[in-house]
Design a protein around this ligand. Structure first.
Ligand SMILES: C[S@@+](CC[C@H](N)C(=O)[O-])C[C@H]1O[C@@H](n2cnc3c(N)ncnc32)[C@H](O)[C@@H]1O
Length: 302
């Protein structure tokens, strides 16, 4: 168990608090899906958005946005999520297809539909950890679509500030076998102690041949970009004040911690992948994405 001071526990479902951010990312993926030059397709995304009263009026196509790509939220920020989805899809598929890991753990899985849309090798099991209300909403929508997962899927409804390790063990996670872990759009919502515990625990539960990807924000002061178009338009257009949801404690150096434990790590800006794919967000002035980093880590075999 981690002892923490919760910042964003007010609402436990998908309709408020940090759960609402899962709907925002789903809307971004819906928009990305319908782009002619899409980076990632998620046919389930728009169904989540339309099913929740809080988001039913949000756009699911860029054509529904009056100022289109010039809109900081539904243009640039949504494209950011599209790029992130693509890059982390590629990471997961590369990890399971080139290595022997067959267990995948998605922390703060939210409305991530990867279990349903990616081509997993035989024998894969996908553990999805998020809070109960978020997973219950997800299941209601997916059941309504008669969606069938493409791998064994094990939802684990638990708060990451509680004993998720015990819940993962109870769900059948095998510490003797290699694993692939993902914390996408999550760590900056967690208290520092919960992030440190998560990273240390992934190391402890991972055999050689395991891999982990996660997203962090390096900003020394998150409020530095409080007037950025990205944050202000998110608050004004859909009422999500991200800065209020982010944990404000100084962030740990999780990439450095893993490196000191013997993992090989690489740290990228999102813009590295924009250049690689030829589309996506590029740096700009007063940029809320300036401190975002995507970290990839591999634990060597003994
Ligand atoms: C921005 S969403 C990202 C969801 C998903 N990873 C994606 O990229 O589509 C953040 C998710 O983290 C989950 N989350 C935040 N704090 C959490 C906590 N303490 N325990 C479990 N889940 C948490 C939220 O419920 C939400 O689904």
């Amino acid at each position: 168990m981690v002892s923490t001071t919760p910042r964003n526990t007010g609402v436990e479902g998908v309709e408020g608090g940090v759960g609402l951010t899962a709907l925002m990312v789903a809307a971004a993926r819906a928009i990305e899906t319908h782009r002619h030059d899409t980076l990632a397709r998620d046919v389930y995304a728009e169904h989540f958005v339309l099913a929740a009263p809080a988001s039913a009026g949000w756009p699911v196509r860029i054509q529904q946005v009056a100022d289109g790509d010039a809109n900081p939220l539904w243009g640039r920020f949504a494209r950011y999520f599209g790029l992130r989805t693509r890059v982390l899809d590629d990471f997961l598929l590369r990890s399971v297809h080139t290595g022997s890991a067959r267990q995948v753990v998605l922390f703060g899985a939210g409305l991530d539909s990867r279990a349903f849309r990616l081509d997993w090798p035989p024998g894969c099991v996908i553990f999805e950890i998020d809070r109960e209300g978020v997973l219950a909403f997800k299941h209601k929508v997916l059941d309504g679509l008669s969606a069938a997962p493409k791998a064994a899927r094990v939802p684990i409804p638990i708060d990451l500030r509680a004993d998720w390790v015990g819940a993962l063990a109870d769900a059948g996670f095998d510490t003797a076998a290699p694993s692939v872990w993902l914390a996408e759009g999550l760590l900056f919502y967690l208290p520092t102690a919960a992030e440190t515990y998560l990273i240390d625990t992934v190391d402890r539960l991972s055999t050689g041949g395991s891999a982990l990807a996660f997203e962090v924000k390096l900003d020394k002061d998150l409020l530095e970009y409080r007037d950025s178009p990205l944050y202000t338009s998110t608050t004004q257009q859909i009422g999500i004040d991200l800065l209020n949801l982010f944990d404000r404690e100084p962030r740990p150096d999780s990439a450095g911690d893993l490196a000191s434990k013997g993992w090989s790590t690489s740290v990228h800006t999102p813009f590295d992948f924009t250049r690689h794919h030829g589309r996506g967000p590029l740096p700009e002035q007063n940029d809320a994405l300036a401190g975002n980093r995507w970290v990839f880590a591999n634990k060597p075999r003994p």
